[in-house]
Design a protein around this ligand. Sequence first.
Ligand SMILES: [Zn+2]
Ligand SMILES: [Zn+2]
Length: 319
Amino acid sequence: MHNGTYERHSDMDSPFELITLGTAAGPAIRGREDGIASALRVEDAFYMIDFGLGATRAAHEAGLRGKNFRAGFITHLHSDHVVELPAFLLWNWGAPVDGFTSPVQILGPGQDPTHPRGAQLAGTASMVEHTLAAYSYDTDIRATDEARPVLRDLVQAREIEVPAPGSSDIFVVYEDELVKVTAVLVKHPPIFPALAFRFDTAYGSVTFSGDTAECEALAVLAQDTDILVHEAVNLEFFKAGNFSPTFLDHQRLSHTPAEGAGRIATQAGARSLVLSHFAGIASAEEWESAAATTYTGDITVATSGQRFVVRPTSVQSLA
Ligand SMILES: [Zn+2]
Ligand SMILES: [Zn+2]
């Protein structure tokens, strides 16, 4: 795996691109940005990281088509990260929409063993199974009426095996000929598991924090990564609003202020920091200047549909 540098512009000729499809946090509409979702394109294939509100349209507008979709990775089962998984699958399925006609994988957390009712609550496999069941009338009809492949045969849900709570071990969750995906547990109580993912390719690496409070294990996972995509919360926004103490505690204990995202980027030696998943409102300048107090590298306050080209450093230096 090589290290890379990145440029902020669109370049479909480049083999490795990050696209921040949506950057908003929470099951709340507080502005124009779509809900949290990102895509990585590696050569012709692409991978999704979370499926927030608007992800389906955003992916299409970014030029991504289901026929090139390989796998989706769910950081955790808060609804703002998975709400459009059903739409994404249904809108990217079959030849009539340039969709997938061979198997795709959806990888995400299993049931929560730390939750008192965890065994009755849905993990990723159950969520996918219920999605397929909920739309079975439509998908059955389209399979025959529109000659689409049987959706159920193509969508493979895989629950990620994770270490015990509190572990900071790095573990492998997926590998194909284009990417190797590793993960750590991050701190997003009371959610368990909540995952950060690192994608290593021949062209460089991108690491996604998922939702987390400031997390040392993430800094280790993201060591020397080309782009660290990190969440950010503006606690002042919530403190100034009419929010309950319980809600404020969640924001404080489960999310990271931009200064913290900068600290993690610095500890990791990340070549660049992309802030995404904004909880609360602040201007781009405010998010950036807060992160810049703790990180001297390149900072981007991501917007929906923004593209980042990652290039191997070695190739870059030959140019
Ligand atoms: Zn979230
Ligand atoms: Zn969350």
